[in-house]
Write a protein of this length. Structure first.
Lengths: 427, 427
C-alpha cells in the first residue's frame, strides 16, 4: 500500500497522528515483539482505564506529569477526572488495592495510550503509546537486573542493533546533594546545571551557596561521571557519603548480574543523569538507539509509590515509548513488516459464482484473500493488486478452466487447479 | 491468578474498569481472534488518534453520539477538541483525505478504545473497546454479504455458539415512512413505537396523523416483520413503494450469497429494527449471543459518510464491542484462556548462581520462566506458584544435583537434568 503518511495532517490537533497501514503494521509488530518477551519472563497483562479520578491518579504522578494531565469535571460524579498521562500510577493503584490479597511479587505488563499536554509549539507527542512492565514486591539487585536484562531482550526482539542502556542511580545523586544543605530553589538550579553538564554554571552556583570544599569536589565531579564500567570505580574514589556509597554498591551488584548474563556490553553509566521521574528511588535507566536522540525506553526503581496507595512495597519497572521505538527503527522494519494480503480473487465474465465459492476455501487453507468485486479488466485488477501489496492476483475463469496465479510485480504467472493451489504452502 | 475482579472498584469513576490478568488475557485473546479473521479477509490495520478537532469529528457522528463525546478546549490551538466516541468517523476522515490517492476499495481494520458520556446512574460503560472493519468503495450486495460473513466468522473464531445475526434494512423502513408525510416530531414518535413493537401506540399515532389506508397497512406490519427468511416474502407482499421494494431486493440478494457460503442459518431479519446509527443507509446488522441482551457486534452500510469528508464513496463495516463479547463468553473462555507461566525457578541455599544461569536458557528453549528471588522455603514457593498459576516449580539444588520439577497443584514431581528439561516440548 502506498505510504500516504507524507500527506498533510492539518485536520488533526498537534501532537497526535493517524497511522496508516504501513506504519500501523509496524506499531503492531513492535508491540507484539515486546509483549512476547514480557510473557516469556512471566509478566501478565493488566488493562487500565482511560478515565480516573484525578485525586487518585495524582498520588502517583511526579510534579512534571501532574501539570500535564488532561483534566475535566465529571458530569456524573461532579469530581475532577483525568486521562492518565502515565500508566505506572494506575498499575500501582491496582496492585495496592484490587490485587492486595495476592502474594508478592507481582509481575504485571501493560500496553496502552496516555495523553499529555505539551508546551505550545513544542511539536512533541501528546499521545504516547506505552508498553511496559512493573515488578512489585522485590527490592533485590536481582530485580533491578531483571528489568535491565528484559529491556535489553525487548530491544533485541524488536530488531534494534548497537543500542545502549544508560544507567543512573538517583540515590547516588541525592547522597551528594545531602552534603550541600541547599535551599530547594538552589538545589533545583544545581540539579539543572548537572543535568546539562554545565560545569561553569555549576561552579558559580556552588560559590553562591558557599558549600565546603569536600562536598564541592563531589558535586563538580558529577557531570563527568558517565561512560563505561570504570565510572563506578572513579565514583567510589570520589564520594565519602554513605548514601552515595550504598548506591554504588547497588550498581556494582547489578553490573555483576548483567555480566553473568553476558549483556553488560550494552550498558553505560551516567551518575549525573537525573532524567528519572520524581517517583524513582534507586537505579534508573534509559535505552537509546544510534542516530535517534530520544530514549526509546526508560525505567527504574520506585519503592515509595505503592505506599501512596496504602500498601507499601518495593517496586521497579520500565516502559517502552512505542512511537520513539518505531521512528528509530522505521527503516530497518521497512522490508520486514508490510501489510500484505496473499490473494486478490478476480472473476472473469461469467465466473463470479465460481470465484465466490472458492474464496472461503482459500482462507480455510490458510491464505489471506479478498474478492475483487468491481467490474474491471484483468489489467486494472493487476494494477490495483500491485499498488495495494497483494502477493498474487488469482484469475478465475468460467467452468473448469485452470486458475491463473499472477504476480502483480513481475507479471509472471502460473496456471493451476484449485486443488493444487490449496496444497501450496508458499505462493 | 486469583480472580480479584470481584473487589470493589470505588476508586474508579463509573463506567470504566480495571482488567486484572484473568480478564485482561481474555480481552487480548478475543482481540487477537477477531484481528486474525480480519487479516485473513485482506483487511489492514489503521490506528486512529484519541484526540480530534470536534468540528472534524462531528461531521461523522450521528445525533446520539454527538452529544456523548467528551469535549474540551485545546490549550494549544484554542479549538474545541474531543475524545472520539466512535472510530468509524475517524476511518472515514482518514480514507477520504489521507488515503484518497489510493485506488478503491479500501479494506481497513482497527482496534481501540472510545469514550462516551452516559446518562447519570445508567450504569453503562463509558469506555468502549471497539474492534472493527470498514470496506470502502463497494456498493454491491456482495460487499454487504462480506461484512455479514466476516462477522459470523469472527463470532465463530471467538468461540461463540448459537449466536444470531439480526439483519435490518433502513431503506425499507424509510420507504414506508415516505408514504406517511409526517412531521419530523411525529415521525420520531412513530419510529419509537415501531422500535418498541408497540402496535397500540402506533395505531393511535397513525390515527392522530390521519394517514391513508394503504400506507397505514404497511406501517402497522412493521413491528411484526421479524423472524426467519420468510419475513422477506411477507414483506414483499405488503409493501408497494419502490424504495422499500429495492431494499427487499437488496436483502434477497445478500441472503442468496449467505446461502452460498452455508451461513444463512445464523441469520434472522427484523425490518422494524431501527437500532442502526444515524449514518446508516442500507443493510444493518447486530450480533447476539444466547443469554446476553446487548449486541456484541453491529454494523451496516453508510454510503453518505465519506462525502461528509469531501470524498463520496459507498461504504460498509462493522464493529465488535469487545467487552460485551467478553461478558457474553466469559465462562466459556474460563478454561481456555488463562495467564500462565511455565516455570518458577527456585534456588536452594547456595544455588542462586546456578538458578540465575539456567533461567535464560529455559527461556531460550521456549519456556516462560520467572526467578523466585525471595528468601523463602520450597513450601512457600510452591504455595505462591499454585496461587499465581505457574505450571511447575523448578527447584534448583547446589552443584550438579538433579533439578526437581514440581507440579504445584498435585505436588507430583520429576527429577531431571537441565539438558533433559531443555529437550522437553511439554512440561
Amino acid at each position: 500500500m502506498i505510504n500516504s503518511n507524507a500527506l498533510p495532517e492539518s485536520a488533526l490537533p498537534k501532537g497526535v497522528r493517524d497511522f496508516l497501514p504501513l506504519k500501523a503494521a509496524k506499531v503492531e509488530y513492535l508491540q507484539q515483539q515486546l509483549q512476547q518477551v514480557m510473557a516469556a519472563w512471566g509478566f501478565r497483562p493488566v488493562i487500565t482505564p482511560q478515565l480516573e479520578f484525578f485525586d487518585q491518579l495524582e498520588k502517583g504522578l511526579g510534579g512534571d506529569l501532574h501539570a500535564r494531565a488532561f483534566r475535566f469535571d465529571d458530569r456524573q460524579s461532579g469530581r475532577l477526572l483525568a486521562f492518565p498521562p502515565d500508566i505506572t500510577p494506575q498499575i500501582a493503584r491496582i496492585a495496592a488495592t484490587r490485587m492486595r490479597e495476592l502474594p508478592l511479587p507481582l509481575r504485571l505488563s501493560y500496553s496502552g495510550k496516555v495523553l499529555r499536554h505539551t508546551e505550545e509549539q513544542a511539536g512533541k507527542n501528546r499521545e504516547i503509546f506505552q508498553v511496559g512492565v512493573e515488578l512489585i514486591g522485590l527490592g533485590q539487585p536481582e530485580a533491578d537486573a531483571e528489568m535491565i536484562a528484559m529491556a535489553i531482550e525487548c530491544l533485541q526482539g524488536s530488531g534494534a542493533k548497537d543500542f545502549t542502556l544508560d544507567i543512573g542511580q538517583v540515590e547516588f545523586f541525592r547522597g551528594v546533594m545531602d552534603g550541600l544543605s541547599l535551599s530547594s530553589d538552589l538545589a533545583r538550579r544545581v540539579a539543572g546545571a548537572i543535568g546539562r553538564k554545565d560545569s561553569t554554571e555549576l561552579r558559580a552556583l556552588l560559590d553562591e551557596a558557599g558549600v565546603d570544599e569536600a562536598a564541592r569536589e563531589e558535586v563538580l565531579a558529577l557531570p563527568r561521571l558517565f561512560g563505561g564500567r570504570e565510572v563506578l570505580e572513579r565514583a567510589a574514589k570520589l564520594v565519602k557519603n554513605q548514601r552515595s556509597q550504598r548506591a554504588l554498591d547497588n550498581l556494582t551488584q547489578v553490573l555483576a548480574l548483567l555480566d553473568r548474563h553476558g549483556i553488560a556490553e550494552y550498558v553505560t553509566f551516567d551518575l549525573g543523569e537525573l532524567r528519572g521521574l520524581d517517583y524513582h528511588t534507586g537505579i534508573t535507566f534509559q535505552g537509546f538507539l544510534p542516530g535517534y536522540g530520544q530514549a526509546v525506553c526508560s525505567g527504574g526503581r520506585y519503592d515509595g509509590l505503592m505506599a501512596n496507595y496504602g500498601n507499601p512495597a518495593p517496586a521497579t519497572g520500565f516502559t517502552f515509548d512505542l512511537l520513539n521505538l518505531l521512528f528509530a527503527l522505521d527503516r530497518a522494519l521497512e522490508d520486514q513488516v508490510k501489510p500484505r494480503t496473499d490473494l486478490l480473487v478476480y472473476a472473469c465474465e461469467g465466473a463470479v459464482l465460481r470465484a465466490q465459492q472458492l474464496t472461503p476455501r482459500l482462507r480455510a487453507a490458510g491464505f489471506s484473500a479478498a474478492r475483487d468485486m468491481l467490474d474491471r479488466s484483468i489489467d486494472e485488477a493487476l494494477a490495483y493488486a500491485r499498488l495495494m501489496n497483494y502477493r498474487r492476483l488469482l484469475v478465475v475463469p468460467v467452468g473448469e478452466a485452470a486458475l491463473r496465479l499472477v504476480n502483480p510485480s513481475s507479471e509472471n504467472e502460473d496456471s493451476l487447479t484449485l486443488e493444487e493451489l490449496l496444497q501450496r504452502k508458499e505462493l
